[in-house]
Write a protein that binds this ligand. Sequence first.
Ligand code: AMP
Length: 592
Amino acid sequence: MDYSDLVRVYVALSSTTKRLEKTHIVSGFLRDIPVVEMEHVIRLLQGKVFPNWDSRTLGFSSQLALKALARASGASDEEIMRAWKELGDLGKVAAKLVVNKRQATLFSEKLTTQKVYNNLRKLAGLEGQGVVNTKVSLVSELLSSASPDEAIFILRTTLEDLRIGLGEGTLRDAIVWAFENEHIGIKYDSEKNDIVLPDDDRKIYDETVEKYQEAYDLSNDFSRVAIIAKTEGIAGLANITLMPGTPVKVMLFQKAPTMKEALETVTVPAAIEYKYDGFRMQIHKNSDGIKIFTRRLENVTEQFPDVVKIVSEHVKGSSFILDGEAVGIDVKTGKYIAFQNIGQRIRRKYDIEELGKRFPVELDIFDVLFYEGENLVHQPFSRRREVLMKSLPKNAAGVVSLATQEIVDTEEKAQAFYERSLAAGNEGVMVKNLNSVYKPGSRVGFGMKVKPVLETLEVVIVGAEYGEGKRSEWLATFVIAVRDPDTDNLLEIGRVGTGFKEKDEEGVSFNQMTIALKQLVVREEDRFVHVKPDIIIEVHYEEIQKSPTYSSGYALRFPRFVRLREDRSVEDISTIEDVERFYKVQRGRQTS
Ligand code: AMP
């Protein structure tokens, strides 16, 4: 396929904010894509070149993009910097330079989607100093043949910042509209921006969407889902199942303001468990060995040789997928330690063994998705727990154990367990429905967390500003955002500058933040930088207020940085719904 055909779709999607219109545009486009091109075209449509379960990134910074632009256009560094200052967006800079260049050269090769995909995929394997030239060549080759519009989207894809507002839900619906239409007969009414269904009956439609969502949750790969939809239809989706070795999205939980509400949502009798304060680990074993993934589905097997050893020595079974928490343990006292200390193990590339000895972890397993050939996600939680009981050792506390659990039927019993959990050094408790299935990727009410401090949010940094005086070399104020789950848009909710340190030895410092954020810059305006949303932080605040200043409609009063959340991705930060819920709870407290 010509890359220009895909670019037309990007442009159309960028020109509307209506979700149904976007669905209509994408579904029309998908219908005509040949099966052999489906895989890469869908990935590019998502601004990616790898499926979601593959955590490889392109590692192409804006600095490299400037080099690629210089090489492709022949423009000088000064010209490019000037254009960047003036236009703000590197994609637009590329478009402008490409126009100039095109006037000078009459011939350029027509770009195909396959060519763009192949070149970008090659970027991912390249690391280290010596590879800069190769990386720059791969991108400048594409830019040399690009039209202005193509150049914009090549650059944005390369910087992993496509910005066409195509959320996962919209892409899923577009696949359904494209390939299930004979079966459900859906029509899009563009005037009313609404859908028309035969006899106004949504049941078949909703059920179909649900099946596609499930297929996506299990495979984590829209290309695979679309190819099956096109070649086999909905019946083929049943063949998508879990495979140890390929990570799957984890099930998420909702925050409950009180124990009473947690029990009401989950219903009694309920399972109540310690909520360990570490980070999530999904542990896979098959004939190839053991693999460990974070909740961002990053493969961290190399970073945790100690965990691989623990699992191979203590967990029974030859193939499984376990869900659990790795909690830091103080080497001297055997007590739990704070997340910050073990968080740094996630990204570590050197001195891995040494760091593992300094910050050992205990594994607490609370769920199982697959065991000895059997997919367990549709089984009730109580049955999954039985499988865990048989596969985990009883006497390996401090190394690996089954999450401490009790079955409760009253608030008093739940409250007593909660207090014991806090006394044991945990963050709170998880309250879980005994009959629930395992729903990958969803924040369903099958489990509710209850923690003493409600007033923290997990937010992503979307921009930053250089400080003043002695902080003028550092990015010192950070614009933070929550997520709108319906559109995947990020909504700003405040600026935070307190809680960071001036010296690296004292904790997370401005200097460290500046180094990390500089890699992510997509636009600069004077002392302000817009960054790719990648760094997740937890912030504490005094109060949530309504505010017209920020796009969320809310602002945090006295926000304060608490800790980095290396284990989180943008998909699992706090949502605008969380903010609305906390806002209401806080108002309830003030009036009571
Ligand atoms: P939160 O991080 O506040 O969203 O709470 C959910 C997280 O708590 C999960 O993603 C797990 O990493 C962690 N967790 C700790 N103990 C448990 C448990 N017993 N059951 C489920 N999740 C747990």
